[in-house]
Design a protein around this ligand. Sequence first.
Ligand SMILES: Cc1cc2nc3c(=O)[nH]c(=O)nc-3n(C[C@H](O)[C@H](O)[C@H](O)COP(=O)(O)O)c2cc1C
Length: 202
Amino acid sequence: MQHLVVICHPKQRSFTQTAAHAYATSVEALGHEVVVRDLYHLQFDPVLGADELPSAGNPAIPAAVRREQSYLADAGAVAFFYPLWWGFMPAMMKGYIDRVLSCGFAYALQGDDIVPLLSGKKALIFTSSEVSMTELRRSKQWHAMRVLEEDNILSLCGIQLLDHLHLPSVKPGLTAQTVETYLEVVRNAVQEHWGAQPVPVG
Ligand SMILES: Cc1cc2nc3c(=O)[nH]c(=O)nc-3n(C[C@H](O)[C@H](O)[C@H](O)COP(=O)(O)O)c2cc1C
């Protein structure tokens, strides 16, 4: 199976990047193919232009967006990695969703109905925050994030969310032991979801 790993973090040596590369390495070790799209490194433009609006009639999708759509079209699984910024995904990640999950590619409008176009694909979300899980739940950010990102965005496109793994209390001074424990969470998720998958020959 082909896995698309979408990374949203500006710093190469960040926890988010490290976790994403642990995922990619683990999936490759199982014999699967991986395509990594590092949005900041690619200098992906997150700003959706007027020409891309569904109301434009025949939206003009730029080549850079079409490229990302083709990676998503080819993938059986997609893993998103990003930190929590102000209780939500970073603007770069949101811009990827705005532009890449476009009308006509990720979903279609039929009268009042929204028809998912990416059915059959599976997703995993990996996020991190500075605050604890207790605080995320108390402030209802966890609930809000799940409703918006999982029950809305992915399901609307037909993508089945297998799991959302949140790694809390990621802040300066994080011990190497905690980092390793978290990377093990990522590797275990790979084993759990993809370990028993048949690997294509050739
Ligand atoms: C602009 C910005 C906003 C942030 N907002 C939050 C927040 O709302 N809640 C939180 O727990 N952490 C917040 N943080 C902290 C990050 O979530 C945390 O540093 C990150 O998860 C650690 O992973 P990293 O090393 O990959 O950046 C914010 C950080 C930045 C830069």
